[in-house]
Design a protein around this ligand. Structure first.
Ligand code: AHR
Length: 626
């Protein structure tokens, strides 16, 4: 394949291009990026997921049960755990199993706290213990008997690492120190967090996301913003302030969300990774198909406006003053997405008839420069109204996505395109009804290499049309290996740090997102055409580099390239980086099968660069500014 890259008549690319999408699915928030280590720490519940004592076990013959006291810890947390002696005569207490275990890393400071009410007077021992009774770290907390809720703190610093996460957190005390009963609530334990934020995020997972160089952050949801059924929609006001003020939310993926990872935490996450937030707001549709009438929408539109005032208002506004009182400066919001996948639901017609417009008009009236994103967009189907942006989701099989290099050529520039979710989710061979995703076919457990290359072709197709795009985010981002609802996912993990796994698609995004073209430039072929090799070319006005990005798919052999960049002279040198892996292979837990090759390529006297790329490879070639 021979081609020349022009030096003029280019198109400025989107400043966002590659980003993240997040919702609590697969224990990606609780038990995932939210670093809290205790599961069911505050016995939160509601009519969808009633409070439970699950994940807690009695020790030494103690009796534990849920109790709704007349003096609860807070109105948001009405349920606590009552502990009585039961059959205990000596040391008694209870333990938590964590999110399927606890990590124990030597020298790490784990910081914890708990609230107590009632007849316990003495020392509580908190201990990280293995299932075969190895005690890794212990702290003593002196508790006073009291008829008021009191918070106590503790720190655990193991001197030795555990070989796995088969560990529990035990709270024990002498039964002789207990008169009648004692209640515990909001028991918490955090490892060090990303950028040392209190109530913060898991460092290895944040590092993994930072490695994708993300420029935008679409949250919260997916489905999770929608709510399963009334009255539970993703109500941001329940997710702010002290943890004692957060009642929790019946997540849409089969488990309770603590909301410890709330609105402010999302915005700090955005800030910490330098991402532009794309804030999803609830739009009057529940997943059970219930849709609000136009007249019923008003309080929810007001809630979205209040949310924006909370994030951006100054101290003269009531919501802005509340945020400032919490100690946070403003969080600028330039993008709001109204709902999620409204084209799919029975509520789709009402979205088009009045729901989207009502939110759009109200938000635009206050924030005329804000980009409002409609929750659907497909060039083959519905376009978003009013010049709004639209969110296109693509879950596909490789044969389909590898043919979507030109897909976005067919869109106009009137409505910016967000690819709010994409992924290859099945192997071609398991899909008997192709060429499209068949919800009934078996899923891939985790991304696999030729699927990741197919995704790269789709992404290069988005890059080639970048002047029309906002950017693209793989979904879902995370999978806890102990409980999940959706596979495949970009990053897998469990409680044991050594199990964190970056998928083949992570490596693909790391390469493509890590080098950004800011101006796409036209390409003239002198031989060959797109397919089985696909590429985009241009330059960066940040670094001055000339850049070409490639994906080679189903080529039955190496593909030779000869090309030049107008303006780049003879004997110039460029750096080639390409990724390869066995076609069907996936990354094993904690491992990596993607091979990275780097080479320096010197142009001929005439400025032609020549190299070959193997079948199923992804490459970035960069000539630094001279
Ligand atoms: O990413 C998983 C789910 O797929 C999202 O919640 C939803 O938007 C889509 O259907």
């Amino acid at each position: 394949i021979s081609f020349t890259v022009s030096s003029s008549n280019g198109n400025a690319t989107s400043p966002y291009q590659y980003g993240l999408m997040f919702e609590d699915i697969n224990n990606s928030g609780d038990g995932g990026v939210y670093a809290e280590l205790i599961q069911n720490r505050a016995f939160q519940g509601n009519s969808e997921f009633p409070s439970t004592i699950d994940y807690w076990n009695p020790l030494g013959g103690a009796s534990i049960k849920l109790q709704n006291m007349s003096t609860p810890l807070s109105s948001a947390l009405p349920t606590s755990m009552e502990v009585t002696k039961g059959n205990a005569t000596g040391t008694m207490g209870f333990s938590n199993v964590g999110f399927w275990g606890f990590p124990v890393v030597a020298g790490t400071e784990y910081k914890g706290s708990f609230y107590v009410y009632g007849g316990l007077d003495g020392n509580v021992t908190v201990c990280l213990t293995s299932n075969d009774d190895e005690q890794y770290a212990e702290a003593e907390v002196t508790v006073k008997s009291s008829n008021a809720w009191t918070q106590y703190n503790y720190t655990l610093t193991p001197s030795q690492s555990a070989p796995n996460s088969n560990n529990t957190l035990n709270f024990t005390f002498a039964s002789s120190d207990l008169t009648n009963s004692v209640n515990f609530d909001l028991l918490s334990l955090f490892p060090p967090t990303y950028k040392n934020r209190e109530n913060g995020l898991r460092i290895d997972l944040m590092d993994a996301m930072a490695g994708l160089y993300p420029s935008f952050f679409r949250a919260p949801g997916g489905n999770n913003v929608e709510g399963n059924a009334a009255p539970y929609w993703w109500n941001w006001t329940n997710t702010i302030g002290p943890l004692t003020d957060r009642p929790g939310y019946p997540g849409t993926w089969g488990y309770e969300n603590t909301d410890g990872l709330g609105l402010i935490e999302y915005l700090l996450w955005s800030q910490d990774l330098g991402m532009e937030p794309i804030l999803a707001v609830w739009d009057g549709h529940y997943l059970d198909g219930t849709v609000l009438t136009e007249a019923e929408l008003a309080p929810y539109i007001q809630s979205a406006l209040d949310e924006l005032e909370f994030l951006m208002g100054d101290a003269s506004t009531s919501w802005g003053a509340m945020r400032e009182a919490m100690g946070y400066g403003p969080f600028p919001i330039n993008f709001v997405e109204v709902g999620n996948e409204d084209s799919l639901s029975a509520g789709g017609p009402t979205y088009r008839a009045y729901r989207f417009q009502a939110f759009y008009d109200a938000i635009k009236a206050v924030y005329p420069n804000m980009t409002i994103v409609a929750s659907f967009f497909d060039v083959a189907g519905d376009a978003p109204p009013f010049g709004a942006a639209g969110d296109f989701h693509e879950y596909a099989i490789p044969v389909q996505m590898s043919s979507q290099f030109f897909y976005f050529d067919n869109y106009t520039e009137n409505n910016p395109i967000l690819i709010g979710e994409y992924a290859i989710i099945e192997y071609d061979a398991f899909n008997t009804t192709g060429p499209k995703w068949n919800a009934g076919a078996p899923r891939a457990f985790t991304p696999f290499w030729y699927g990741s290359v197919a995704e790269a072709i789709f992404l290069l197709g988005a890059e080639r049309n970048s002047q029309k795009m906002i950017g693209a985010a793989y979904a879902p981002s995370f999978q806890n290996l102990n409980r999940w609802q959706w596979i495949p996912d970009l990053i897998e993990y469990d409680a044991y740090p050594g199990h964190t796994t970056l998928s083949t698609s992570w490596y693909m995004i790391n390469l493509l997102s890590g080098t950004r073209i800011t101006e796409n430039l036209p390409v003239t072929f002198s031989s060959g055409d797109y397919g089985p090799a696909y590429f985009v070319a241009g330059r960066s006005d940040v670094t001055g580099a000339h850049i070409a990005k490639f994906a080679v798919y189903n080529s039955t052999g190496d593909v030779p390239f000869d090309f030049s960049f107008a303006g780049v002279g003879g004997y110039a040198q460029g750096n080639l980086t390409y990724l390869t892996a066995p076609m069907n292979a996936s990354n094993p837990i904690g491992g990596n099968i993607v091979e990275t090759t780097t080479k320096t390529v010197t142009a001929t006297k005439n400025g032609t660069f020549s190299f070959t790329l193997p079948e199923y490879s992804i490459a970035v070639f960069e000539v630094a500014a001279n």
